[in-house]
Ligand binder design. Sequence first.
Ligand code: UD1
Length: 371
Amino acid sequence: MSKEIKVIVVAGARPNFMKIAPLMKAVAAHNAPPGPGGPRIAAQLLHTGQHYDEAMSEVFFRDLGIRPPDINLEVGSGSHAVQTANVMTKFELVCEREKPDWVVVVGDVNSTMACTLVCSKLGIKVAHVEAGLRSYDRGMPEEVNRLVTDALADLLLTPSEDANENLRREGIPDDKIECVGNIMIDALVANLPQSRQRPLLAQLGLRGQDFVYVTLHRPSNVDNQSSLSAIMAHLHRLAKRLPVVFPLHPRTKKMCAQFGISLGDNPGLRILDPIGYHDSLCLTENARLVLTDSGGLQEESTYFRTPCLTLRPNTERPVTVTVGSNKLTNIEQLPEDLDAVLARESRFGQIPLLWDGHTAERIIARLLRQG
Ligand code: UD1
């Protein structure tokens, strides 16, 4: 086995940052003397620049203690084809120059798929962290990204056993698949001390378990005028019962402006700019209820056993429903589901297996075994 394994770790968009933070930390721990042995891992951190605003990117590097990227492709926004193509064109040059042994990609954003495609053509091995998740809804751009990434990756590191089953059904051999657990929970566990120090609740005048934390940004909810108007009407009604905290994703803000949807002056509805990682964990841990269409929040609320309503017809994270505190809902069903959740106990569900804060170590161990 060689003395050094050269790895590029890729991140592009907000939900990637909490997945690469534990990985970079585990690499540093592996390399630190005396270390657990085995070859050194020379890891470069590459940011594609898919997300670029301070509030969508830098704040996460700061909160999570991630060192600045070694390489930034600065691709910015664009249509799916433009963004994917820009990542591919620029990443190919990096791969030809750096010649990594492995590229590690995480999650399901356009950057994940674009970098995997480049590697598969150049014969560079790819490890996909958070492999095997399926919503079985190809109308979601992320589902296409997951299918392409998993079909091409050499090592498929999954968060839960249902993901292994999905991959086996697609004919992926067992020796490429390993259930390593949920990497996001590593970040969550490591950052609880800081999130519990945040002054946000006091600043907003909120008490624990007496507010609803809302995040919505999926094109299926916010890119359509009638659904976005209906959702906002529900939120205004809900905010009369208990405070609603709603940090606006740039896509959602843009669509509200485009459709002329006023955010109103309802004192119970607190519209915020996007918030950082620690503030989001603080809200998730303390909310009476989370209403979201985010994948990550379904998992984080499951860890905290905070009730979660997911405004989507499906989820690629079914374990959050079968084991955790999550339930799928839709615009028509929402009032009834809100009533039902608010009527039951304020915490329920269990934490899935291997969501234990040690996933990054298992990933490093597997990469070293693979060589
Ligand atoms: C992307 C991911 C999605 C993830 C989400 C989290 C894909 C296909 N989608 O969706 O899986 O859940 O990130 O945020 O990869 N914008 C800014 N500042 C930024 C980034 C974006 O203002 O830093 C605006 C731009 O106007 C852009 C829009 O937000 O057009 C959408 O950004 P984009 O990266 O295309 O998709 P997201 O909806 O963020």
